[in-house]
Design a protein around this ligand. Structure first.
Ligand code: ZN
Length: 377
């Protein structure tokens, strides 16, 4: 692969970002870059150029340019399998008004194949999901991941399941991160790169970064959370004026009526977990709980454990993109929060942990394998 353009982009990105670093704070990620670059495994591919290259190599599936982001960057989707004939005569709301979801998506055909919709980097700097989805695409293409490891379970599932994969839903945010990963990075630099700084140079932090939306005019450094218009797609204007990237995700869900959707996020050094989501599609809540119990056992078999209380955590949280997805396609949608392997721990807090690249990657593949098994039960 020709790496020249990548390093050029990296250099430009570094110079641009460096110029924006407020003097009063010391975000030292540029000094940590050499160390971080040294420890990145060869299978960990997360750059926009990596995605472009992978999309160009898709043969067994179809790679499509789904939209151009606010900052005019491509959002790619990879499609595997044979789309179902859904005999659609209405959207979900109208079908439900008529008393039967089959008017929106009739899934009763003998040859019906469940569809799994997987989305990475809605927050552009949460790179763990992108890394895993790039490997998943490679597995679906070649039978092996980017480390050369075979994944027979996933390959077998691909015979019976359709996959829709968006490795990076927020390329604008991704372009603002001059690193392939956050693993090993200090906490303050992580917050700087992820959520950015207010105009006075202080960290917008989390969840403080949600107090102004769109955030563009209020920041000095725009974090990778946001697209170039300062939109956090998780809390977009879903009903009135969604960003083109958000609309693309919702339309994909509406068009293909996936049977399960997962948005892959990064949740600092929390244990990997299914985040509490408000306003899930009521009829599908029990399926989501069943998946939660199922995946917990899959993790336990490899001596991992999930953090958080998952979907039971709260149903009074905000209506977010995950909620919106379930309401356009009527099926379970989940937010998966990965551990990000940052360089911090909290004394006396066992739920804050620092996982390695291999462990973070395994959590994702375990989750994807679990989703396939769950859909085929
Ligand atoms: Zn996120």
């Amino acid at each position: 692969m020709n790496l020249k353009p990548f390093f050029l982009i990296l250099l430009v990105a570094c110079v641009t970002v460096q110029a924006q670093v407020p003097e009063k704070r010391a975000y030292t990620y540029l000094e940590q870059m050499d160390e971080i670059m040294k420890s990145v495994p060869g299978y960990w591919k997360t750059s926009l150029e990596d995605i472009e290259t992978t999309a160009a190599r898709v043969k067994k599936g179809t790679a499509r340019l789904l939209c151009m982001s606010a900052g005019n960057r491509p959002v790619y989707g990879m499609f595997y399998g044979k789309p179902n004939e859904l005999k659609r005569s209405a959207n979900l709301s109208s079908a439900m008004g008529a008393g039967n979801m089959k008017h929106y998506a009739d899934k009763s055909a003998q040859d019906y194949k469940p569809t799994l919709f997987l989305v990475g980097a809605v927050h552009g700097g949460e790179l763990e999901g992108t890394a895993a989805l790039m490997n998943l695409v490679t597995v679906l293409e070649t039978g092996k991941d980017l480390a050369g490891k075979e994944h027979p379970d996933i390959c077998a599932s691909a015979e019976k399941i359709n996959f829709i994969i968006i490795p990076c839903a927020n390329p604008d945010g991704r372009a603002r991160v001059p690193l392939p990963s956050m693993v090993g990075l200090d906490y303050e630099s992580f917050r700087y790169l992820s959520q950015g700084t207010w105009v006075d140079g202080t960290l917008t932090d989390w969840p403080g970064c949600k107090t102004i939306h769109p955030i563009l005019e209020a920041v000095e450094h725009l974090g990778s959370y946001f697209n170039d218009d300062g939109i956090n797609m998780m809390h977009d204007f879903f009903f009135t004026n969604p960003a083109v990237e958000t609309k693309t995700i919702l339309q994909t869900a509406e068009n293909y009526a996936p049977d399960f959707t997962v948005l892959f996020h990064g949740g600092a050094n929390g244990k990997p977990h299914l985040a509490g989501v408000g306003y899930l599609f009521e009829q599908e809540k029990e399926k989501i709980r069943a998946f939660q119990r199922f995946i917990k056992e899959e993790y336990a078999e490899e001596n991992f454990s999930l953090g958080g209380n998952g979907v039971e955590e709260s149903n009074t949280k905000s209506f977010n993109l995950t909620s919106a997805i379930t309401h356009v396609c009527g099926t379970p949608a989940l937010t998966f929060e990965s551990n990000q392997g940052l360089d911090y721990l909290e004394e006396g807090n066992p739920s804050i942990v620092k996982y390695t690249y291999d462990e973070i990657y395994r959590h994702h593949m375990l989750t994807i394998e679990g989703l396939c098994k769950f859909l085929l039960r």
